[in-house]
Design a protein around this ligand. Structure first.
Ligand SMILES: Nc1nc2c(c(=O)[nH]1)N[C@H]1C(S)=C(S)[C@@H](COP(=O)(O)O)O[C@H]1N2
Ligand SMILES: [Mo]
Length: 333
């Protein structure tokens, strides 16, 4: 027994995240998306009619009762411009990181989420805050002013996309719940449900004793920055499950792993929280995780990135993912 080498948790994501296997995943997704990409302007209603629930990622990912669905689409905030095309919606819907559902594949998350129930959904607000309270997401979405923003998203694995998100600034939520002045960090937590999210099962998980549930954190300055959004929609409709339905974070100047999906708890705390990736592999994933071409990942360069729906469009990585105007002052020493 003692002689059998048990694979360490991080060996699986390593093999998946190397440039070689990322390339394989990219080939797979492009192959699958090829048929759809031929007619990029196909109206989404027609596309849905052309696909059964099993083969259409927008159908498998659709929530049964999306909160405030009648509000979508909402007005776009034109402040935020892209330097590239908007990613093909189905390619984005078929290429996801969502370790709760699979720790080995990005290209089948859209199938694995099909029977996951995301309604009703509540968010607990706790810690250093005026009142500990549970918010129902349906009511919350109606209470906040929704806007659409086009943002780039850059994963630490060097792939990138550009997506129209709908949601509200996290600052608006923070103003609503009123943290105490002693709060220095916002800690966010994803659901824990190993029966329905097989990636969380110790047997299958990459983290045998795992730090589940997924946790992320921002400083109060980062959380109240104009760019930071709580997102409830994508591509002009309610969020789909593979993208973190019914509510997720988006911090476009940071690597994608900071943008925690399917949030169930938001806590205001004094000390720096332990987070999922920073706890699992601290020498590779730091807490701040700002996009930076000059700081290589331990296993690959971060100097360029590839677009998930246009593999030839490899681009140089831009510091803060191009959002320095909004956030550089937070980090200048
Ligand atoms: N709860 C949770 N949130 C998560 C992840 C995850 O595995 N679990 N993956 C992160 C990573 S690594 C990335 S790149 C983005 C991907 O978002 P997308 O699938 O909507 O493109 O979600 C982030 N949020
Ligand atoms: Mo990522």
């Amino acid at each position: 027994m003692a002689l059998i080498k048990r694979p360490q948790g991080w060996e699986i994501p390593e093999s998946e995240a190397t440039p070689e296997s990322t390339y394989l995943n990219r080939r797979q997704v492009l192959k699958r998306a090829a048929g759809l990409a031929i007619a990029p302007v196909l109206a989404s209603t027609q596309a849905q009619a052309d696909h059964s629930g099993e083969t259409d990622p927008l159908v498998t990912g659709k929530q049964t009762n999306p909160p405030a669905a009648d509000l979508y689409p909402v007005l776009r905030n034109k402040t935020f411009k892209l330097d590239r095309h908007i990613t093909n919606e189905r390619v984005a819907a078929m290429f996801n990181n969502f370790y709760e559902f699979s720790t080995t594949s990005k290209t089948n998350i859209w199938k694995l989420v099909e029977h996951f129930e995301t309604h009703p959904w509540t968010i607990k607000v706790e810690g250093l805050v005026k009142e500990h309270k549970t918010y129902d997401v349906d009511a919350l979405v109606r209470q906040m002013t929704l806007e659409e923003r086009l943002y780039r998203l850059r994963c630490v694995e060097a792939w990138a996309m550009a997506v129209p998100w709908t949601g509200f600034p996290m600052k608006a939520f923070i103003d609503l719940v009123q943290p105490l002045s002693s709060a220095r960090f916002v800690k966010m937590t994803t659901f824990m449900d190993p029966d329905n999210a097989p990636g969380q099962k110790p047997r299958f998980g990459i983290f045998p004793s795992g730090p589940w549930p997924y946790v992320e954190a921002l400083s109060m300055e980062e959380a109240t920055n104009e760019l930071t959004m709580l997102v409830t929609g994508i591509y002009g409709h309610p969020l789909t499950k593979q993208h973190g339905d019914p509510i997720r974070l988006i911090t476009p100047w940071k690597y994608g792993f900071k943008s925690i999906k399917s949030i169930v708890k938001i806590e205001f705390v004094k000390d720096q929280p332990a987070t999922f990736w920073n706890t699992s592999i601290p020498h590779e994933y730091d807490l701040v995780a700002n996009v930076n071409p000059n700081i290589s990942h331990r296993r690959w360069s971060q100097s360029s990135e590839w677009l998930i729906d246009a593999e030839k469009e490899r681009r140089p990585t831009v510091i803060y993912n191009g959002y320095g105007k909004w956030v550089a002052h937070l980090y200048d020493t």
